[in-house]
Design a binder for this molecule. Sequence first.
Ligand SMILES: Cc1cc2nc3c(=O)[nH]c(=O)nc-3n(C[C@H](O)[C@H](O)[C@H](O)COP(=O)(O)OP(=O)(O)OC[C@H]3O[C@@H](n4cnc5c(N)ncnc54)[C@H](O)[C@@H]3O)c2cc1C
Ligand code: FES
Ligand code: FES
Length: 492
Amino acid sequence: MAPSKSGIAFILDNKITEIDFSANDSFKPTTTVLNYLRSLPGHKGVKEGCAEGDCGACTIVVAELDGRGGLAYKSLDSCLVFLPAIHGKQLITVENLAIKKGKEIKLHPVQESMVKKDGSQCGYCTPGVVMSLFALYKTHQNPSREIIEDSLTGNLCRCTGYRPIIDAATEACGLDGRDHFSENEEEIFSTLQNISEDKTSIEIYNPEQIFLKPFTIAEAIRLRKEHPDSLIVNGSTDVALLQTKKKILLPKILDLSAVDELKLIVEDHSKIAVGAGTSMEELLQFCETRLPALATILKVFGSLQIRNVATLGGNIASASPIGDTLPLLLVLDTKVRLLAPGRQRELLLSDFITGYRKTSIEADEILALIIISKPLKNEIIRTYKISKRKDLDISSVSACFRLKSDKNNNVAQIKIIFGGMAATALHATKTEDFLLGQSWSRETVEKAMEILYHEFSPISDARADEESRRIMAKNLLMKFWIETQESKNHSV
Ligand SMILES: Cc1cc2nc3c(=O)[nH]c(=O)nc-3n(C[C@H](O)[C@H](O)[C@H](O)COP(=O)(O)OP(=O)(O)OC[C@H]3O[C@@H](n4cnc5c(N)ncnc54)[C@H](O)[C@@H]3O)c2cc1C
Ligand code: FES
Ligand code: FES
């Protein structure tokens, strides 16, 4: 076993910054990147609005090794990310964009466009907006309106309005994409590579807190076995809220976000295997052409800042009744693979999730792989999410329908799964049983809607009351039927 280390290293202001948590009283390993930055004299541009990923005032950009010999620039919400998550990365804040030469300041192209297009009024949101635009500038040339809007869904601006901001994005991203970061890229790349070569696990043992960060699956399993009471963290978009909102000190954390072996997507003729550490954004890019029904739901999953760090493993393991990927994954008979020292097991996702935020994971196991069976060509699959607003909102009700009809237009197979209607995402079994073998007609569907209306006993909460949820569920069935009439090509 390699000796452990208790510190992290990253690049800030073009210099390597090291924090050794065993010798540092100022920062805990679960200090958020936001709070760290705001404690520094030169990085107060980053703001705290909500501390829960909803406003984007805390947006920063990290540049990280992309595994293909270059750097990937990603926007994220610094209020949701613990300091060790930026180990081996370049941390870029709004203060790093302009170049200062003596008294002269040369703004970055995205800043210049924001000024020219009047993209800011009160300015509280502006540093976050600028960082989202900067990430867009580094990743897209002449992006479409859809891409620009998507890059801004995680940034709430109450006073300027988005038109001038979108104009600024269009102008800046119409340039050649070069800037002073492009000029330094080689140097940054080799520094990050040097930091990342050391695969020794980070193990921080402080009196109040233990934080473990392995870089390989073997180490992840070893640490899980040694610390079965540790809380696993990946993107931390769920877990961080325990600290930022519920003010809970997280005593023992196993952070799997740097285990590259958990970030993979492999496909054969019948299955797609996704590593538990694959980010939602990577999955979205893959699914656009390979599994459009999943892409539909991922396009309205959080915001780009959330999707850049949130993982599929985290969405499944949190076992939330409104986990947006669950209805589709259940409809596709997805399996999960769990790893423990000297053993592995595979089980159906429906057996893995055992109750409200409960799974059958054992204390020495980690969720490693999600194995999705591909839909067949002659099936129609649709996913739906109903929320109070389209972007960056949590589902009130979500659903996935999978239909195979025979040549007489009778239902040969139907699967219907709802999220938000019970303690877990669940099959509408009574409705399925009723529909099986029936003609796939409006008349049948109207009768099925009545069964569906009574099938669940949903709760009333801030997102929707019981009655509304019942109505949404039955109307989604009709929406699905209408779409099957419109789409005769049976696309999945
Ligand atoms: C602003 C905001 C918007 C959001 N929008 C959506 C949305 O639209 N739809 C939606 O479904 N969710 C949404 N979420 C919830 C959350 O982002 C997702 O559930 C996300 O997929 C969690 O992934 P993560 O990697 O961040 O999980 P983490 O927070 O790191 O972990 C979540 C849970 O999974 C466990 N876990 C993680 N990885 C593993 C593993 N490999 N093995 C075993 N256990 C593991 C952790 O122990 C923890 O219990 C949102 C959250 C925020 C803050
Ligand atoms: S402070 Fe609102 S998203 Fe981070
Ligand atoms: S400029 Fe005031 S909130 Fe955006």
